[in-house]
Design a protein. Structure first.
Length: 318
């Protein structure tokens, strides 16, 4: 699973290790960095028949190239290229690399402007249930956004991102002839409590209906606690999510738990209900500052335990 982390996400979810890319000083004002991660996971996921589907392999490993140039006048230009598709393959088979993100930008006192393919504004601020390393709880994530222009800034404990996506993920215009879909996210640190909200118009998607979310995060007795609400206005079957995430760190061990009420307007196909209570629990052991191992379980409250998952895996980042 390719992870995206909201502004209120808990550091423990990715381990407390602080892996860093290798940075090369090209000259006095330019740097090139190479980073990425290697991920392997063993998963057992229950199918609608009640049978378990067991897999062992790559879990969205990536290779990231980035660079920055200081213009010396308060402006810095930069680029980012994130490649994935490193799945292990059978002998004689092949797998092409894919571009997950590719963007260029400029930053200065005015903030930051990014053009290209980048993580979406909605996911950066309001994807509250994205805590799993492998299969996760039901979500309304909009994923990475292609063909976008993003502006972000931070001031006085408030940071925000404004986004305009031109066409769909392939640059095509939607049937409603709209050529631009707008999104925005904001978070505010109030000292002890952080608030966030996000909206994505999704004007150039098949759903063509907005998603939005609001949430709050705080620390209670050493535990990081996030409560979030997300709404998907899909006309076919709108979805409401109320999510509570709690994490706690003991030495090199991060404990993560989550419960989510997942409520549809209509009965879900293949199920006998329109509302479910989902549970997630995970343990992360930080072996070093760059490597962690984990175990996790997910219960989605579906008929025949469909999509329930047990997983163990390893993450190494640099």
């Amino acid at each position: 699973m390719k992870k995206t982390t909201s502004a209120l996400a808990i550091a423990a979810l990715l381990g407390t290790g602080a892996a860093s890319a290798a940075t090369f000083q090209v000259n006095d004002d330019a740097t090139i960095s190479i980073g990425g991660d290697f991920q392997m996971a063993y998963t057992s996921t229950t199918q609608s028949t009640g049978d378990d589907d067991v897999k062992f392999g790559d879990n969205a490993s990536s290779l990231v190239f980035s660079g920055a140039h200081d213009a010396g006048n308060g402006l810095t230009t930069f680029f980012n290229l994130d490649l994935d598709g490193f799945e292990t393959t059978q002998a004689g088979s092949s797998k092409d690399l894919t571009t997950d993100e590719a963007s260029v930008g400029i930053r200065g006192d005015f903030g930051e402007i990014v053009v290209g393919s980048n993580g979406g504004a909605f996911d950066s601020y309001a994807d509250y249930g994205d805590v799993a390393q492998t299969n996760g709880m039901t979500g309304v994530s909009t994923g990475d956004s292609s063909d976008v222009v993003q502006y972000s800034n931070a001031m006085g404990g408030v940071d925000f991102t404004l986004q305009a996506e031109i066409g769909d993920d392939e640059g095509n215009t939607a049937d409603n002839t709209s050529t631009t879909s707008l999104a925005a996210g904001v978070s505010a640190d109030l000292g002890g409590v952080s608030l966030s909200a996000a909206y994505d118009q999704r004007a150039n998607t098949a759903e063509d209906e907005p998603v939005y979310g609001v949430g709050a995060s705080t620390n209670v007795g050493g535990m990081d606690v996030t409560l979030g609400y997300q709404k998907d206005d899909n006309n076919a079957n709108s979805l409401d999510l109320t999510t509570l995430v709690v994490s706690y760190t003991v030495g090199q061990v991060d404990l993560v738990g989550a419960i989510q009420n997942t409520s549809y307007d209509n009965v879900v196909s293949g199920q006998d209900d329109d509302s479910f209570t989902e549970f997630y629990a995970g343990v992360i052991y930080n072996v070093t500052s760059q490597m962690y191992v984990y175990g996790e379980m997910l219960a989605k409250d579906r008929a025949n335990d469909e999509d329930d998952t047990l997983a163990v895996g390893v993450y190494y980042g640099w």
